[in-house]
Design a binder for this molecule. Structure first.
Ligand SMILES: Nc1ncnc2c1ncn2[C@@H]1O[C@H](COP(=O)(O)OP(=O)(O)OP(=O)(O)O)[C@@H](O)[C@H]1O
Ligand SMILES: [Mg+2]
Length: 490
């Protein structure tokens, strides 16, 4: 049985139970106000056929009416009237008999009021036999009959069988049909609204959840769920949505790794193949006697040496990178003053920098000493890789490198700027990926494995820092990195 059906069922039963309860209340109310417990139908009959009396009262009234028609003189007999009155008293009704304007009999409970003035006027055609009236502050329903005491006189008389009603009964009598209608309408409307609300808040989100689960089962992790509500169902939907996102991320990551692995393999084979082919070519040249002179032989052997060195460097880099990647290259941290360390590292490269006629300028934004925890060997490797790139890619003249250093509240920022060709905006986001080389530089003689920046990124992140690049194509490149300052807690 679906929840929707159950809801419908429960709402219907609520409506039915409410109607039954309402009817019962109405019945009890009718008994309370009419004093007639026989049935609710009598409540209706009494009021809607304008029959103000119950069956018993009515039969007494009919007896009296019969007397009035056939033997009106008897209606002057007080003892007989008392008898009838006593019968009426049993059913909480009263009797009034009048002759002209004089009350010849009235039930004792009515005697306080000035009946002769309050009773309706004579209506010898007896058009309105059953009706209601006010006697003083009290409200009565009655059946009356007007008659002549004898065929030969105009001596008029009336009999009244009255019953006290609460005015509330009268209001209820008038309003009951509309009240029932309004009540039913409200009940139906509330049930409908409630049903709609519950469906919207529970059934629909559950439906969405089921659909999402089916999508996931079919391998589609892109089906998004949305929930604005913060209730339990909303929370369930959000948890499910979080799970879907995590699943999607992990699948994407898996695919990315898989892709990476394939790319790595193809890159390694490609990068190893090129120097090997060249070495093989030179070796074959020697074997085939192409190097018939000493100079030629020297050139070939030199070329083989250079390529083998490249190859060795590439394999070394690859090995180093894979060790970093697998966290097999342990870090040995020590406290250093970063600015001094940078100056020292650059000094070590001064021969190379001089050879390439590179102007190095320093921009030190603070004189403050900045201590960081670093693995000096690895950090030096980062600086060498960054400066090496500047040397490698700068073509124009004059070649300039600016090394900046800024000590901030919690960390130190270092940047190395060159006035080289810059990096194309399309390539910029990728330069820290392993084996990534901008297309022109692949064909350029500059060579390189595309591992330099990937290694730098690994090392800086291994120090808990960050590294990034900014470049304006054609005007130069800046590589920034930040390292956290060392705070001595001793
Ligand atoms: N200073 C720079 N100016 C211009 N392009 C740069 C600069 N630094 C890096 N690049 C671009 O980023 C790419 C990746 O650099 P990375 O240092 O990782 O590799 P590589 O220099 O090609 O090889 P390797 O450093 O392993 O010898 C380079 O191929 C180059 O296209
Ligand atoms: Mg490089």
């Amino acid at each position: 049985m679906s929840i929707r059906f159950r809801l419908l069922l429960s709402f219907t039963s609520v409506v039915i139970v409410s109607v039954i309860l309402f009817m019962a209340t109405a019945y009890l109310l009718s008994v309370a106000v009419t004093g007639d417990f026989r049935s609710i139908s009598s409540f209706y009959r009494i009021h809607y056929s304008l029959n103000p009396l119950s069956e018993e009262e009515e039969s007494i009234f009919l007896d009296l009416k019969y007397l009035a028609k056939h033997d009106p003189a008897k209606l002057k007999d007080v003892s007989l009237l008392e008898k009838y009155d006593n019968q009426l008293k049993m059913v909480q009704a009263n009797l009034i008999v009048r002759e002209e304007n004089e009350i010849i009999y009235a039930s004792p409970s009515l005697l306080q009021t000035d009946l002769s003035k309050l009773l309706p006027k004579y209506d010898m055609n007896n058009i309105s036999i059953r009706n209601t009236m006010n006697l003083g502050s009290r409200f009565y329903s009655y059946a009356k009959f007007d008659f002549y005491y004898s065929e030969y006189t105009t001596d008029k008389g009336s009999i009244y069988v009255t019953k006290e009603r609460s005015p509330f009964a009268e209001i209820v009598r008038k309003l009951l049909p509309s009240l029932i209608g309004v009540f039913l309408a409200i009940l139906l409307l509330t049930s409908l609204l409630l049903y709609r609300y519950v469906t919207r808040k529970i059934v629909k989100p559950l439906d969405e959840l089921r659909r999402s689960a089916e999508h996931i089962k079919d391998g589609d992790l892109t089906f998004q769920l949305q929930s604005k509500s913060k209730d339990e169902v909303g929370q369930l939907v959000m948890s499910f949505e979080n799970m879907r996102q995590k699943l999607l991320e992990s699948v994407q990551l898996q695919l990315h790794y898989e892709d990476n692995r394939k790319q790595l393999l193809s890159n390694i084979s490609h990068d190893l193949r090129t120097p090997i082919t060249t070495i093989k070519g030179y070796a074959e040249g020697i074997r085939d006697g192409v190097t018939n002179t000493k100079e030629k032989l020297d050139r070939y052997v030199n070329a083989i040496h250079v390529r083998s060195t490249d190859l060795e460097r590439l394999v070394d880099e690859l090995l180093y990178y894979s060790k970093l990647d697998m966290n097999k290259e342990p870090y040995s941290f020590q406290e250093i003053e970063l600015h001094a360390f940078l100056r020292y590292s650059l000094k070590e490269m001064s021969i190379e920098l001089d050879q390439n006629k590179i102007q190095v300028t320093w921009r030190n934004e603070t004189d403050e000493l900045a201590y960081v925890m670093a693995d000096t060997e690895k950090l030096k490797r980062v600086i060498v890789n960054l400066v090496d790139n500047c040397l490698k890619y700068m073509t124009g003249q004059p070649k300039k490198i600016e090394i900046g250093f800024s000590s901030r509240s919690e960390d130190c920022l270092v940047w190395i700027t060159d006035n080289g060709p810059g990096i194309h905006p399309d390539s910029l986001p990728h330069i820290f990926e392993r084996f990534y080389r901008e297309e022109p530089s692949r064909s350029r003689d500059a060579g390189g494995s595309g591992l330099g920046l990937a290694i730098a990124k690994h090392i800086i992140e291994g120090h808990g820092g960050q590294i990034w690049a900014e470049s304006s194509h054609g005007h130069g490149t800046t590589i920034f990195f930040v390292l956290k300052k060392f705070v001595d807690h001793r």
